[in-house]
Design a protein around this ligand. Sequence first.
Ligand code: NAD
Length: 371
Amino acid sequence: MMSARRCNVMSTSVNATIATLPGDGVGHEVLPEAIKVLDAIAKRFGQQFEFVPAIVGGAAIDATGQPLPDATLDIAKRSDAVLLGAVGGPKWEGLDYSIRPERALLGLRKELGMFANLRPAKLFPMLADASTLKLEVLAGLDLLVVRELTGGIYFGEPRGVEATPTGKKGFNTEVYTTEEITRIARVAFEAAQQRGKHVTSVDKANVLESSELWRQVVIEVHKDYPSVCLDHIYVDNCAMQLIRDPRQFDVLVTTNLFGDILSDEAAMLTGSIGMLPSASLGDKHAMYEPVHGSAPDIAGKNIANPIAMIASASMMLTHSFHLVDEANAIENGIFSALDQGYRTHDTQSPGCTTIGTKEMGDRIVEAILKS
Ligand code: NAD
């Protein structure tokens, strides 16, 4: 095992530039822990990571009046990957929607062409009691939601609210092209090839024409991935099955709207939002961020769980740099810290040792350097 690792280190060496955007609130606490962990990975495996910090979200509004300043976008575009903490907070809630901190996320997705959102939901056995579901339903849970991110009803035209003779009419349009479906389906099949080789495509083909096309295109793309098993499920049934028997799934691929809802549902199977990483991928760029927001209620107290951010860095190593051994070292480091009974505030449990954000980062670094 060790010699295989060393061999891989010799053969795969990267010198990567990573844009680091802490954003707001706990973003400033969890991102430094991910950087600390990546420094440990660089030391142990002989990789080189250069971190280029930039402002985004509320911090950028305060400094420049814009949630996504040109200088930040430029740094993100010139980097090999982007690591983002979280944006937003009560201070900026009264602003017009067009310049709210959260607009920076939409801007980054659009400008960097990131059309696929990957959210793994994996149960760490020692945290099983943090979930609201029974252990026998969850034990061994390890699924990935692949959500289309730049199409569908959130962007379709026409959209709006119009006056009618009897009141008003609000409308949006669910629209998908063959090209959009093809590229997200490929992301799902390729991810499944590295996992359990099983893709479940989620649609509403019994009611929606756009879903009918979705299903046809997914079936067509599947022909290029014969080693992967494909099945289809209606979104309402999927929502139910995620609670009834989530272990039946390996990779779920779905539209922007369905994915928005199902990925939150899948995420909560594992207990704490502070554990959940995500990746947003495009043809040229990729961004990695925790699923959680800026958590203003706990910001500045050194109690936020940094694991979602650290696991996002692990996803970056896998998807942007193909450093699988290094990504596994982070996963093992997280497992080891939890296995030794260390917990942050959100996952504390009787008999375990509650530690702070920085201390959890330290325990994971120690585990990486020791292994
Ligand atoms: P949130 O995810 O920030 O917090 C929800 C709950 O989870 C809070 O109780 C918080 O304390 C807890 N929590 C979040 N992250 C945690 C962590 N790492 N460790 C421990 N506990 C954690 O969601 P919210 O309160 O609805 O939103 C707060 C702000 O964040 C808002 O301005 C919102 O718009 C923004 N937001 C940003 C993103 C993003 O940047 N991707 C995502 C969601 C929300």
